[in-house]
Design a protein around this ligand. Structure first.
Ligand code: MN
Length: 284
């Protein structure tokens, strides 16, 4: 059994641009190797937006050295980047953007969502790249809802949507540079699931909604994050209230991290280079 290490939460919220009120559940700034290969998790919303004329969001900004994974639960985002990719991300969709050597992009509420207003809820997870892939060409995986396999665990509505890696025999559509399993789970009140996760993987569990008993012991609530020990292979979860969960697990990347805002590299020299490249307009 993988033992629970601890449960954390954050109630502090800040705006990313004028479109995304987020709570940062973890960041490499403070945790580094503890969360590797993951770097950061921002939970946006749930927040209500009234109908408007002008789309909210965050304008052109750079990333280098890692991947941004956007998971939409409610609302709609329109994305454009300087690598020539763009599109709409709606409920159930995932955008897996490999920024790698760098690009500029903007993330805005879509025209339709802006006009209609409504509830917005999304996650942005940053996934690190090993040193040898940090400077490859940027690219983009548009993973629409229909491409994501849904594993039914029972007749009560317990499901695992496999975004990346495997769950039992189901394989997620995302291509990753290191072994990662990313599961979007629904567990109705009273249902139990036993997850199998490889030994030595970093394992994080985020509860967007609900209340969960972990390994028949501690209880976690909504907007809380559970960290597990690397030893052991199974975790038992029982929902005490209808739950929406994101399970992140992966092989740690055993390399140094140097980061500055939207740049995450291995050395300070590489960070200085990223800033210089950005300031000279080389992120195009
Ligand atoms: Mn971004």
């Amino acid at each position: 059994m993988k033992q629970l290490h601890r449960i954390t939460r954050t109630d502090e919220s800040h705006w990313v641009g004028d479109g995304f009120p987020v709570r940062t559940l973890f960041s490499y700034n403070t945790l580094d190797a503890v969360v590797s290969p993951f770097l950061m998790l921002d939970y946006a919303g749930p927040a209500e937006f009234p109908p408007a004329d002008k789309p909210r969001g965050v304008g052109l900004h750079p990333h280098r050295g890692f991947e941004t994974v956007t998971i939409l639960y409610q609302g709609e985002v329109e994305h454009h980047d300087t690598a020539g990719n763009g599109g709409l991300i709606g409920p159930g969709d995932v955008q897996w953007m490999t920024a790698a050597k760098g690009l500029l992009h903007e993330e805005m509420h879509s025209a339709a969502f802006t006009r209609q207003g409504g509830t917005f809820e999304a996650i942005q997870l940053w996934v690190n790249l090993p040193a040898r892939y940090k400077m490859i060409a940027p690219h983009y995986q548009s993973i629409t809802d229909d491409l994501i396999p849904v594993v039914k665990l029972d007749e009560k509505g317990s499901v695992v949507r496999v975004i990346a890696g495997n769950y039992q025999d189901a394989k997620g559509p995302a291509n990753t540079y290191t072994p990662i399993n990313l599961w979007d789970m629904r567990l109705p009140d009273g249902q139990t699931v036993e997850l199998e996760i490889p030994e030595d993987y970093t394992t994080l569990l985020f509860a967007l909604k609900g209340s969960i008993k972990i390994n028949n012991s501690a209880t976690m609530n909504d907007v809380e994050l559970a960290f597990f020990e690397r030893l052991g292979k199974t975790i038992t979860l029982t929902a005490l209230k209808d739950a929406t969960l994101l399970v992140m697990n992966g092989e740690p990347i055993d390399e140094p991290i140097a980061g500055y805002g939207p740049f995450v590299m291995n050395t300070e020299q590489e960070i200085r280079q990223a800033i210089e490249d950005f300031n000279s307009g080389r992120f195009q």
